[in-house]
Design a binder for this molecule. Sequence first.
Ligand code: NA7
Length: 552
Amino acid sequence: MTSTKQNRNAQNASNSNNVTQEYDAIIIGAGMAGMYQLYKLKKAGLSVRVFETGSGVGGTWYWNRYPGCKFDSESYSYGYSFSEELLDEWQWSEHFARQPETEKYLNFVADKFDLRKDMEFNNKIEDAKYDKESKRWNIETDQGIKASATFLITAVGPLSAHVMPSYKGMESFEGGSWHTARWPKEKVDFTGKRVAVIGTGATGVQVIQEMALMAEHLTVFQRNPNWCAPLNNDLITDEEQKEIRASYPEIFKKCNETNGCFIHSPDERSVFEVTPEERDELYEKLYADKGFGIWVASFFDTQMTEEANVSRTEFIAKKIRARVKDPKLAEKLIPKDHGFGTKRVPLETDYYEAYNRDNVLLVDIRETPIEEVLPKGIKTSDKEYDFDYIIYATGFDPVTGSLNRINITGKNDVKLKDKWADGPLTYLGIQSSGFPNLFTLVGPHNAATLCNIPRCIEQNVEWVTDAIEHMRSEGLSEIEPKLESENRWTQEVITMGEMSPFMKVNSWLSGVNSNVKDKQTRSFQVYVGGAPAYREHCEEEAASGYAGFELS
Ligand code: NA7
């Protein structure tokens, strides 16, 4: 018998005996944050167990396997930076890697650092309760595994609780149908098929442009259009490969200096201090460049005020009009209710050109709403459409959603989702009072959500590891924020948010998803003050000996 099999048998035996497994730390989720947290805590000498719902590592890159799924951050700015050996050994093939390559990378990391042996797959933690007598977290999974630990660390991702719409008749549909975040592992052949995609956010855009090439006919059901810009992806040449390898330290340094940890930094000029020609020159350059530059490397004030953003928004509208042949259709694809960059910008490859194809139809469901899903397709207010597949690209219960789906109970029998019913209350987006020793990586009020995420994950994980090591070296058993720290940070998140263009429009960044009952109105879920400022707050806190926390 292999040792893995023996371990599993031993595990099953312990489950059936209802034995509680004991660890120093339990991590929920085996995505990028959970994997790095495991690596760091093991290195610090803790006993750790990761529980993961899926059957493999990767988190976002495990679940989102829809065609077209890929990075919008440059691959070499997205990978882990903590191991030089890893940086030397791994080679990205494209400037923006596709999901299969990223999943392979994360499996490579898991193997290289021998992470799998401390992970329990196919186990979803449903309950986590703090016991104030023993000062330990007790968890139970949907498979009946019980475990306890001093520290509970959530690494569940800010956009992982996927949501479906609630159209009448959805369950009656006789064809294939699923959410993009639950795409089947087996290859689906769309040749000769009629496909519907509902949703035109970053995910919808990626899947639509790919599906247009695969399906016999594609119908896109669009409620609100988004401002999209070209990804300009390419293979990485050998020459570029060498350059990337040689400049990793500078790449990561540059990322860490920018608000969103992307390699693009804003132009220091105000849009009002340049001529119209100079404006267009920069916009043209950024539109032709790779990645998020057009969003984050424009004149600094285009991301700050509506007035400063007007010329950029008009520039992008002009581009859409030039790319979509039918002028009426072009107008439907141009947002009229918000400026460019005030929602997360989907990056695309021939997205607008897809609508010039004979096999692609756009249905504006603000004009003709979906009334119901039928066994054979979709009925709008004016027509019935037949489909073989319906794909829901309808987004996620943002930020708090993935935490709210776990029944987390703190020291005074208060549930985290009840405490956060009117919006999250946290200190540094990493802890909440009443929930000692619970750390929320990339949690609400954290800068990590609005970030080239692995850069912020590494910061979060290292900060949490340092805090835990501090406690262990001082012989402490509990850490939780002081109420005044939590109030101060929550207020800081709100103050920054109130100034932000992201909070002036409905999107997951402003905490809205129309399919979620308690996410109909905007709420402050994300710290928008930028990663460098956030990092400074965290560093000051650690340097003060964690003065904003109760330690005992
Ligand atoms: P998003 O950005 O939340 O987009 C969801 C899309 O689905 C958006 O176009 C919605 O339209 C649409 N939607 C949602 N519910 C419905 C219903 N009921 N009917 C029709 N259309 C609907 O999610 P994504 O997955 O695209 O992106 C999430 C992030 O993941 C992305 O930013 C990346 O960072 C990774 P609406 O705009 O609400 O009218």
